[in-house]
Design a protein around this ligand. Structure first.
Ligand code: 5AD
Ligand code: SF4
Length: 440
């Protein structure tokens, strides 16, 4: 989401004459687009700001360089940032980046000061998407499209409902228009984005609403759109319509990020996840019945308050049962203002770290096994760019594995059926199949 947001900020800034630089050394303005999800991410902002302050001191005698903090740390800690780093000029949350021109004008009017003190962290009534320019050309052949923002789920560990605000779905006409533009500009693959993407219920302009399943079916009608993905989903919102879209829409990739976080019912309840382990497994069974080649990835939190050895065993067990081929896993991080931060029985860091290592080893083994099991199979591979070695191209499998293949340069930007011939922990090697012809 932050990658997408940064690209949209770039879209807003281009008409003002701004261009990307290779690093802060050459920049007139530096925007840190920040993440507040765990303490480590949050704290990184302050060390980065210290670095920028020094660059500014060395380089910028007239104090012209603008230092800005955007994103969820800005949203959550606006005043705190100005206090801890008074030299920061602009602080603005994820709902405000369409106001960048106005903020920059204000910054310039404020003169060459140290810390121009501009703060924008309210949730404005207007739809920021209505005020953003059309996206400029996506980089490469795979594009992001934000269709939903915010979260009403209030998992007890999570800051997102506070930093990103309530759930909001973009109207269907806007999404379709942006998707068509992206395809016209060369995108073969679109990943639909939302903090809670499967809670999508976009206004269709005729008094009705489309679910995510319906939206995917309509997107699949766009000529030239070869691949559709969506992320991130909330298990309790996976409905039958979405499940049947997985059966009916061939462009929908057989790979789904469906975070379960933990495998113990006690912990899931304490997390306020709104489903049991059994219900999660049932959703997976239905999805796999609809699309037998579906593979899953997940997020995990270990060391949630009250998690004991048996609970942790349940998490390992659900990992073995589902066989997640990819995952992001984290030690629980207490976030100020969330209910879990003040729960009893906080787990010791050392215990949580040990559990994380065990969990990551298991996940790594499953990923390696899955990659090995791909050898000998043929997959459609979206060839995205040249590789490091001469004559080599790099692409993505339906399961998001990077794939290396020796192939002609003009295959870049096309999808080819390739035979997988080797596997590494994080990538695959492939060969052209005899008689392979262009697909896209
Ligand atoms: N501590 C650790 N991990 C967290 N996540 C969200 N909040 C926390 C927290 N307080 C993880 C969840 C979520 C992912 C984006 O970040 O696993 O799915
Ligand atoms: Fe956070 Fe996701 Fe839970 Fe929403 S559903 S509160 S974004 S973990």
């Amino acid at each position: 989401m932050n990658v997408y947001d940064s690209a949209r900020m770039e879209d807003v800034l281009k008409p003002l004459g701004y261009e990307m630089t290779d690093g802060p050394d050459q920049a007139n303005m530096v925007i840190l687009n920040t993440c507040h999800i765990r303490e480590k991410a949050s704290e990184k902002v302050y060390s980065e700001l210290g670095r920028l302050k020094n660059i500014k001191k060395v380089r910028d005698e007239n104090n012209e360089m603008i230092i800005a903090v955007a994103g969820c740390v800005a949203q959550a800690e606006g005043e705190e940032i100005s206090r801890r780093a008074p030299y920061v000029d602009m602080v603005f949350g994820p709902q405000s980046y369409h106001n960048l021109p106005e903020m920059i004008a204000k910054a310039h009017r404020a003169g060459d000061g140290k810390g121009r003190g501009i703060l924008m962290t309210e949730f404005p009534a207007e739809d920021k998407f209505d005020h953003l320019p059309d996206p400029v050309k996506p980089e490469g052949y795979s594009a992001f499209l934000s269709i939903q923002e915010g979260c009403d789920k209030f998992c007890t560990y999570c800051v997102v409902p506070y930093t990103r605000g309530a759930e909001y779905s973009r109207p269907t006409a806007h999404v379709l228009k942006e998707a068509r533009q992206l395809v016209e500009q060369g995108a073969l693959e679109i990943t639909l984005l939302g903090q809670n993407v499967n809670a999508y219920h976009g206004d269709d302009g005729q008094g009705g609403e489309w679910s995510l399943g319906r939206l995917i079916r309509e997107l699949a009608e766009i000529d030239g759109l070869e691949r559709i993905r969506y992320t991130t989903s909330y298990p309790a919102e996976v409905d039958d319509d979405l499940i049947s879209a997985h059966a009916e829409v061939p462009q929908l990739m057989p790979y789904l990020h469906l975070p379960v976080q933990a495998g113990s019912n006690r912990v899931l309840a304490a997390m306020n996840r709104n489903h049991t382990r059994e219900q999660y497994l049932e959703i997976i069974a239905k999805l796999k019945a609809a699309r037998p080649d579906l593979a899953l990835s997940s997020d995990f939190i270990v060391g949630f308050p009250g998690e004991n050895d048996r609970d942790f065993e349940d998490t390992l067990d659900i990992i073995r049962q589902v066989g997640f081929i990819q995952a992001f896993s984290f030690v629980y991080s207490a976030r100020p203002g969330t209910p879990a931060a003040t729960m009893d029985l906080q787990v010791e860091k050392a215990v949580a770290n040990e559990r994380l290592q065990i969990l990551q080893k298991l996940l790594g083994d499953i990923q390696t096994d899955f990659n090995q099991s791909c050898i000998g199979k043929e997959f459609p591979i979206l060839l995205e760019r040249e590789g490091r070695n001469p004559g080599q191209l790099v692409g993505r499998s339906p399961y998001m594995q990077p794939v290396h293949v020796d192939a002609p340069l003009d295959f870049v930007g096309q999808i080819h059926d390739l035979k997988i011939v080797s596997a590494r922990p994080n990538s695959l090697g492939a060969q052209l199949v005899d008689g392979e012809r262009k697909r896209a």
